[in-house]
Design a protein around this ligand. Structure first.
Ligand SMILES: [Zn+2]
Length: 407
């Protein structure tokens, strides 16, 4: 679909139809907006939000997503309280925050603007301690596999939903990452979505709405959240979370418009060290022999929690290399590594890079679908782009050690 709707923009052609890349790169968003509602919904979130930047967000404790805040606020003011809303959008973009803000607005005890942020209800919701506002989510262990939202959790929700609210007019359940619900749980959820008790509001979030049952989607009001402009993320990091301008600039670019990711990373110095290590690995691995790369895959497999973030980081790295090759330097994410990116851009063939990038971008989803992590990593290692010539990367550049054969 994307290939059909974006044909004029060199950056979009480069993306090959991959949302995350196209979203960042598209150079002709106003044209996309005019041309196709489908393209608008898929591609042009960034510009759309820039255009709506002036819409007042009121007192809602949410960064960005002004159009969604305005829509929900106006619904409540008009007395149209939703019974089920599905918030979609990339991970850590603010879906849960907006859902909890809506819960606060519905249960706020203030007379004037709601949510007030000051009343007992608003403060309890902000602390995650409100008896009538519950967050339900799958439990994730140390494994790289995602947890599953089980039917027992939905049954408990059904039981709790049947009870009257303790202290507020509405009983709100925020179901995070609802795509993790297994089939029995999803079917049980359908029942309560069909006939929710009058005081119950169900707020679902999902980064992969295409994985949901159509019957679940059709019973919800859908709000598709899009990445925020970099400038909005950066200024929020400085003003609300006290980040330095340098940190805010870097994190806003790395976040791809996901404010939750940027805030989490701002507080996590260990993650920064990990990023530095993995970026060095990304540059050194193509220079290593196959056996060394396969050894790296084995080592990485032993740290399953690191696999997904490493794949995402490497995808951003090689995408940036590709961007520099295409003269789109202003769109790179790893803005603190420009000189290294430029070195790499001179050393690799763009076609090979693009093929590898596609594999990298598909890998996280394959992991989520229970692909064997070690096999997947080994395949990636074997398909790494090879440097095309001796250059500035050092004396070992481009060499391939002889394969050691058993005697
Ligand atoms: Zn309040």
């Amino acid at each position: 679909m994307l290939r059909e709707t974006v044909t004029d923009c060199a950056a979009c052609r480069l993306s090959g139809g991959y949302d995350s890349l196209a979203l960042v790169l598209c150079q002709d968003l106003p044209g996309r907006l005019r041309r196709s509602p489908l393209a608008r919904s898929l591609m042009c979130g960034t510009i759309a939000f820039q255009m709506n930047e002036n819409v007042a967000a009121g007192n809602w404790p949410v960064v960005g997503h002004e159009w969604a805040v305005e829509l929900l606020h106006n619904s409540l003011v008009a007395g149209r309280r939703p019974h089920a809303v599905l918030f979609t959008g990339p991970p850590q973009i603010g879906k849960r925050t907006l859902a909890l803000a809506l819960a606060a607005a519905m249960n706020c005890a203030a007379e004037g603007t709601r949510p007030c942020g000051q009343c007992r209800s608003c403060r309890l919701i902000a602390r995650g301690a409100h008896s009538d506002v519950r967050v339900v989510q799958a439990e994730t262990g140390e494994s790289s596999r995602e947890g599953v939202l089980k039917i027992d959790q939905i049954r408990e929700l059904q039981r709790a939903a049947g009870l009257a609210p303790l202290e507020s007019p509405n009983k709100v359940f925020v179901l995070r990452e609802i795509e993790r619900a297994n089939l029995p749980a999803a079917n049980a959820l359908l029942k309560i979505l069909e006939e929710p008790p009058p005081q119950v509001v169900l707020l679902l979030t999902s980064a992969r709405p295409h994985a949901l049952l159509p019957t679940v989607i059709s019973r919800c009001q859908i709000l598709a959240l899009r990445p925020l402009p970099f400038t909005q993320v950066a200024s929020a990091l400085v003003e609300r979370w006290g980040a330095s301008p340098e940190d805010a600039d870097l994190l806003s670019h790395l976040s791809e418009g996901r404010i939750g990711w940027a805030v989490e990373r701002l507080k996590d110095s260990a993650a920064r060290d990990e990023r530095a290590r993995r970026l060095i690995d990304a540059q050194q691995l193509p220079q290593m022999g196959r056996l060394q790369r396969l050894g790296y895959a084995e080592t990485l497999t032993r740290a399953p929690a690191s696999i997904h973030p490493t794949l995402v980081l490497w995808a951003s790295w090689w995408r940036d290399v590709l961007l520099i090759q295409q003269g789109c330097q202003k769109h790179v994410s790893n803005v603190d590594r420009l000189s290294e990116l430029e070195q790499q851009a001179q050393a690799f063939d763009p076609i090979q890079l693009r093929r590898f990038l596609v594999r990298l971008q598909e890998a996280p989803a394959q992991l989520n679908q229970n692909a064997n992590a070690r096999l997947l990593l080994e395949a990636l290692m074997l398909h790494m782009p090879a440097p095309i010539a001796r250059g500035p990367l050092g004396p070992s550049f481009g060499t391939e050690p002889a394969i050691v054969r058993p005697v």
